[in-house]
Design a protein around this ligand. Structure first.
Ligand SMILES: [Zn+2]
Length: 340
């Protein structure tokens, strides 16, 4: 395995030489060592002692330096593989034993122990572990093979931890992260980027005063954004609207409502017709420019007397609605033909 050594530096130290069996002057030798790992040459800094009297080389007993360990670490780094501590930390976070984790993954019982101790993992095993690090995958592995964790209570506890992690992944925060990264201005967003603070402020504004049905709220948002595009060629919020059976609906609308409810910015009441929302907080109107604010006020006033079903029926006549296929996003280009 050791292919070549290149000497780099020398320091004199007194040490026990195992060959002379005496305390001798020794040199601490630093070298670049080429180690072959799975057919690849990996250059590693290594150091060892050399006896001045007999000229033999030996490992420094005071050092825990392990050249192979260093080569494996380097190899894992270049191949984007997990390091032993990554595996250990992951396992500890789930309070699993090495054998439990090995069985969940379908490995031999001692495999995880070996990997955590520094053995270089099979690349197929590395892939399997990375996949299993996604909570949703690990949960299904555990469910498929529940005998891997013999203790029922412990299994329930781990499933609970995983479910929480999955919920977190699906949470609004992570939704926003992906949303911001992927959402580009287009004809479907009114050539604007999604402006969440404006979305929240507009919802609170429309819910102020008297409780408003969810269906009506959706339509007011739609009319405000499309009216703004009609007049100024730019939507207010950057929201995308989908054509659904009850009319145009803002994309991911439920997330916004859920967030405002959680933050107690709006409250919910339910009757036999549906859910109604009422603002519990003042909207931050300073987010809007004068044109936008005028549109929000006009739209609210224009539809003040409209019931949820009336505004829903009304929106159904818009070409924006009739010309768009079911569940598809509505192009803001239809705004020019808006009836208001
Ligand atoms: Zn010696």
């Amino acid at each position: 395995m050791i292919v070549g050594r290149v000497q780099r530096g020398l320091e004199m130290v007194k040490n026990m030489c195992p060959y002379c069996n005496e305390i001798r002057d020794t040199k601490l030798v630093h070298e670049k060592e080429n180690i072959t790992v799975r057919g690849e040459l990996i250059a590693v800094d290594s150091c060892f002692l050399k006896c001045n009297t007999c000229n033999h080389s030996f490992d420094d007993p005071k050092s825990n330096f392990d050249v192979l360990d260093k080569a494996y670490r380097e190899y894992r780094k270049t191949h984007n593989m997990l390091q032993p501590e990554d595996i250990k930390n992951w396992r500890h976070s789930l309070k699993l034993t090495q054998i439990e984790l090995a069985r969940i993954l379908g490995f031999g019982d001692v495999t995880i122990n070996r990997y955590e101790s520094g053995k270089l993992q099979e690349s197929s095993h590395d892939k399997a572990m990375r996949l299993a690090m996604r909570p949703v995958n690990l949960l299904s592995l555990i469910k498929d093979n529940s005998s891997c964790i013999a203790d029922n209570e412990k299994r329930k506890e781990i499933i609970e931890i995983l479910r929480k992690e999955i919920d977190f992944e699906n949470s609004f925060e992570s939704f926003l992260d992906t949303k911001f990264n992927t959402y580009q201005p287009s004809e479907f967003s009114g050539y604007n980027t999604l402006h969440l603070e404006k979305v929240f402020a507009a919802i609170i504004f429309f819910c102020s005063g008297i409780p408003i049905f969810k269906t009506k709220l959706n339509k007011l948002m739609f009319y405000a954004d499309f009216k703004a595009f009609k007049e100024h060629a730019l939507s207010i919020t950057g929201l995308q609207y989908a054509r659904l059976p009850f009319g145009p609906v803002p994309d991911h609308y439920d997330y916004y409502i859920a967030t405002l409810l959680t933050e107690e910015k709006i409250s919910k009441e339910e009757d036999k017709i549906g859910e109604k929302f009422l603002a519990c907080d003042k909207p931050d109107l300073s987010l809007f420019n004068d044109d936008e604010l005028k549109i929000l006020i006009d739209i609210k006033k224009h539809f003040e007397k409209y019931s949820a079903s009336r505004i829903s029926d009304y929106s159904h006549q818009e070409r924006a609605y009739t010309e768009t296929q079911h569940s598809k996003f509505i192009s803001y280009h239809f705004a020019s033909e808006l009836t208001i």
